[in-house]
Write a protein that binds this ligand. Structure first.
Ligand SMILES: Nc1ncnc2c1ncn2[C@@H]1O[C@H](COP(=O)(O)OP(=O)(O)OP(=O)(O)O)[C@@H](O)[C@H]1O
Length: 288
């Protein structure tokens, strides 16, 4: 197990990820993470939701070791091989797709491994395309290939599908599910989309006020159908945990004007307010 600088000592025998009493603050007056505890088992897929500004990206960056210089303390243990995927692909546009995927990778077989990873994400034949020639969905596939080729024990994903259209997003759910079934990394996925969290994850955690306020297992088997009443019940429970008020039909109630007063936080900010019933059924991989 690798540890982030000066922070940790413990090895995680059962947990792939172990976070204990994590504090992070960008200002002297207020913190973002206030003693957060979290464990993720090997091969477990955890989705992280929370209102905008609650600290989801701050937590992911801390796990990735990308927050050097940010004030705070706590203990973090993560596997040695961890990869991160962002909302934008972060491909180098002046490099070819394959060169992006294997960038920084050592070994004589690096390009072969890169080609295999590209085939896995459905981009066989696009190896020599320039990165800037890819569509948004293709670029995210290439970003996934760039992570996979490093055989990560932990995949950190910060709204990786947030900029994609609805259909591409559904295709990416299927792809990510298949890749996780095959490679079985532990996953921590940040998303604003509660349905996406339920479709993909073994467990959904809610970040509120700097700590994990809810920790909800997704006990729906391998087929996750948004029209299933159990799916709807879980959606309602998670939206409630986010402070979103639903009416009897499962639609988001108009917020009470008092809740939007300047001195009161809008607790439903950043949440997908779509009609949940409109989402298409998607088989999910939690039977993993
Ligand atoms: N580099 C930074 N400097 C100062 N403040 C920061 C910095 N990064 C984040 N913050 C603040 O920390 C808080 C948490 O930010 P973070 O990006 O982790 O939230 P988030 O839950 O990921 O939000 P969103 O869902 O909108 O992406 C916010 O109030 C944000 O303004």
């Amino acid at each position: 197990m690798a540890t982030h600088a000066g922070e940790l000592t413990a090895t995680a025998e059962q947990a792939a990820v172990r976070v204990t009493n994590l504090h992070r603050s960008f200002t002297r007056t207020g913190g973002v993470l206030h003693g957060l505890d979290l464990e993720i088992a090997p091969g477990e897929f955890v989705a992280l939701i929370g209102r905008s500004g609650s600290g989801k990206s701050t937590l992911l960056r801390a796990l990735a070791g990308l927050d050097r210089g940010v004030a705070g303390y706590g203990r973090i243990s993560v596997p040695a091989r961890a990869s991160m995927v962002f909302q934008d692909s972060r491909l180098l546009p002046w490099r070819r797709v394959l060169d992006n995927v294997v960038f920084g990778l050592e070994g004589r077989d690096a390009k072969d491994r890169g080609r295999t990873a590209l085939a896995e994400v459905g981009l066989a034949g696009r190896e020599r395309a320039w990165a800037h020639q890819l569509s948004g969905g293709e670029a995210q596939r290439a970003a996934l290939a760039r992570s996979l080729v490093r055989d990560p024990q932990l995949l950190l994903a910060d709204e990786p599908f947030g900029a994609l259209d609805a259909l591409t997003r559904l295709n990416m759910h299927t792809l990510l599910r298949e890749l996780c079934q095959r490679h079985r990394p532990s996953v921590l996925l940040v998303t604003h989309d509660v349905d996406e969290a339920i479709v993909l994850a073994d467990r959904v955690i809610v970040l509120d006020d700097g700590v994990i306020s809810s920790d909800v297992p997704v006990d729906l088997g391998s087929r996750r159908d948004p029209a299933d009443p159990r799916f709807a019940a879980l959606r309602r429970r998670l939206l409630n945990a986010l402070g979103v008020d639903l009416d009897a039909d499962g639609l988001v109630r108009d917020p009470d004007p008092d809740d939007l007063a300047p001195d009161r936080p809008d607790r439903s900010r950043g949440i997908d307010r779509k009609d949940p019933a409109a989402a298409a059924p998607v088989a999910a991989g939690s039977a993993r």
